[in-house]
Design a protein around this ligand. Structure first.
Ligand code: C5P
Length: 365
């Protein structure tokens, strides 16, 4: 999986990219460092960063420069922003970034043009942004925290100038790539931003690998087998289970309910879930099963969200489910997507299954 993280300076994209790399165990490249190294090299030779020839010659910088802390300074950042305007420089740095993106197993890259130029095929593209005032304050806190004297107004003006240059250059301007998820971190803490980014990656990955299939009779066997397997393994199949599993068209579809399936790329049908209409506007969410093979793909969450949406399409004013405490992972998921434990549902419907000791009602997510 290639994850592209783009955004303006001090938006939090570097922090987010690092956290995503750690979370998904992928290698990470901060591409800004390459431009900073070129800028630093120009500075070292006393050259003019606005001169394309000088900037191109500086692309031959020694790799050891990449570990120099001075690259992180505002001054070098300014040089980087100026050398990065030259198409010759961007071309010279292209192959290195491209090879990193295409390595086996995938990678996380952060920069300005990862989703647009370096890896437009990235499965996940994030565009991280925040207001200029917030970004300036973050940079100021970071600098004063490191004991560097800094003036907030100067930093703010500098960030605005850098945005202007990055967004308006002719070659690979900074912009959200088509199809990217925009993450505005202005009002988010560091942890909340990371959490949102991880959730966005999961959602994109799921959309890439998973798809919902509607009921048709050729899929009835999957409805039976997937559910019969997990119910028999954890409990015992009750007559009411058999009746539904063996006659889905008659027991679920004909009375106005529905059955959905989730298919995973390369694995086929991996899960299913039914909506049984029990009275006008009243639906029991039942027979939700996901195969072991799909664990880790978030197929259950994907399927449950689709089933809740389907219940709403069918006009459900009451959506409930009956289960057992042993199904802890599923209960956690039901809670996450808006179901709450409900004594009234237990009193009204709990007797339907011997194994029922948990009853939940959908209250909305
Ligand atoms: O992200 P960072 O602030 O370290 O980047 C320094 C400068 O390098 C940016 O202001 C931008 O002009 C340039 N850059 C770029 N394309 C990238 C990464 C950075 O033009 N992919």
């Amino acid at each position: 999986m290639i994850i592209a993280v783009d955004g303006p300076t001090a938006s939090g994209k570097g922090t987010i990219a690092k956290a995503l790399a750690a979370h998904f165990a992928l290698p990470h490249l901060d591409t800004g460092l390459l431009y900073r190294a070129v800028g630093r090299q120009v500075q070292l030779v006393g050259g003019n960063p606005d001169d394309a020839h000088v900037a191109l010659a500086a692309c031959d910088f020694a790799d050891s420069l990449l570990n120099d802390d001075i690259l992180r300074s505002e001054e070098v950042g300014g040089y980087a922003s100026r050398v990065s305007v030259h198409p010759q420089v961007r071309r010279a740095l292209y192959e290195r970034q491209r090879a990193f993106a295409l390595q086996e197993g995938g990678a996380v890259l952060d920069g300005r043009d990862i989703g647009t130029v370096i890896a437009p095929e990235a499965q996940v593209k994030l565009f991280v942004t925040a207001s200029i005032a917030t970004r300036a304050r973050r940079r100021w806190l970071e600098m004063t925290g490191r004991g560097i004297a800094a003036d907030l107004a100067v930093i703010e003006a500098d960030i605005a100038a850098r945005d202007e240059r990055d967004m308006n250059r002719a070659d690979a301007p900074l912009m959200a790539a088509p199809g990217s998820v925009v993450l505005d971190t202005t009002h988010l803490s560091r942890d909340a931003a990371i959490k949102a980014a991880i959730a966005a990656v999961h959602a994109r990955a799921a959309a890439e690998t998973l798809r919902i299939r509607p009921f048709d009779d050729s899929l009835a066997k999957h409805f039976h087998d997937i559910n019969a397997e997990w119910i028999a393994e954890m409990f015992a199949l009750e007559p009411t289970d058999r009746e539904v599993l063996e006659n889905p068209r008659e027991k679920i579809i004909a009375p106005g309910g529905d059955i959905l399936f989730v298919e995973a790329h390369g694995l086929g049908i991996v899960g299913t879930c039914a909506l049984q209409r029990t009275a006008p506007g009243s639906f029991e969410l039942t027979k939700m099963g996901v195969r072991e093979a799909a664990r880790g793909l978030k197929a259950g969450e994907f399927l449950l969200a689709a089933t809740i949406a389907r219940a709403q399409e069918l006009g459900a004013s009451k959506l409930y489910l009956l289960t057992n405490r042993k199904c802890a992972a599923a209960i956690h998921l039901y809670e996450k997507l808006g179901f709450v434990h409900d004594a009234g549902i237990m009193a009204d419907y709990g007797a339907r299954y011997e194994r029922c000791d948990v009853a939940m009602l959908y209250k909305g997510g």
